[in-house]
Ligand binder design. Structure first.
Ligand code: ADP
Ligand code: ZN
Length: 210
């Protein structure tokens, strides 16, 4: 008998959407239920995001749950051994190793719940969330309310042009917008650009095998 084979099948849940869409609230809701059921829960967030303290995940609506800071996705492995349920917030900041780490933990029989932004402030898919969506068993897409028109908001608007892809900030810097109201700020104050979905050159055409 293979003694390392898990007795239960694990799985991956991913919660994605723009800022203010309730990803963290939803992550906390699922983790609290697991804790109430006395499952062993470990919760992680990336060290880059210490806006609301280092030792809790905190939603914009002030829900909170204790968590552990990690610098990289592989750091999660050191603390995950005993856990039955693992929660990870802001997955988009944990780098390209996250899908492999999460996949290995699910293979070991654990339930993994990852929340994160699916698009950056330009509307470009935010790695590694697309890869996680592809390997997840369960996917939830949360939407906020567009602060301009009130329609469902799938995009995160950044109100300043300066800075790269990652500029950590809260109220004022970012707001939730629908695809019609969303714009990409420009450095020179020129009319705001619309988003382009991909930075990558177009993929080569599919080849048919005879
Ligand atoms: P996320 O993790 O997706 O950024 P949170 O779970 O931290 O979202 O916060 C969601 C909460 O943000 C909502 O319950 C609401 O109180 C608040 N909120 C602020 N602005 C908006 C908005 N434009 N649309 C919806 N909720 C908003
Ligand atoms: Zn709108």
């Amino acid at each position: 008998m293979n003694e390392t084979r898990p007795t239960k099948s694990g799985w991956i849940e991913v919660v994605v959407g723009p800022m203010y869409s309730g990803k963290t609230e939803e992550l906390i809701r699922r983790l609290r239920r697991a804790q109430i059921a006395r499952q062993k829960v470990e919760i992680f967030k990336p060290a880059i995001d210490t806006r609301y303290g280092a030792d809790h995940i905190v939603s914009h609506s002030e829900h909170r749950i204790p968590s552990r800071l990690v610098a990289t996705a592989t750091d999660i492995l050191a603390f995950a051994h005993e856990a039955e349920v693992i929660g990870i917030d802001e997955g988009q900041f944990l780098g390209g190793e996250l899908p492999r780490v999460v996949n290995d933990l699910a293979d070991a029989g654990k339930r993994i719940i990852v929340a994160g932004l699916d698009q950056d402030y330009r509307g470009v898919p935010f790695e590694p969330m697309p890869q996680l969506l592809a390997i997840a068993e369960y996917i939830t897409k949360t939407l906020a309310i567009c602060v301009v028109c009130g329609e469902p908001a799938s995009r995160t608007q950044r109100n300043r042009a300066e800075g790269g892809r990652v500029v950590v900030g809260g109220a004022g810097l970012y707001e939730a917008r629908c695809r019609r109201c969303h714009t990409v700020p420009t450095e020179d104050g020129a009319p705001a650009a619309k988003t382009t979905v991909s930075e990558e050159p177009a993929a080569p055409p599919v080849q048919e095998i005879a």
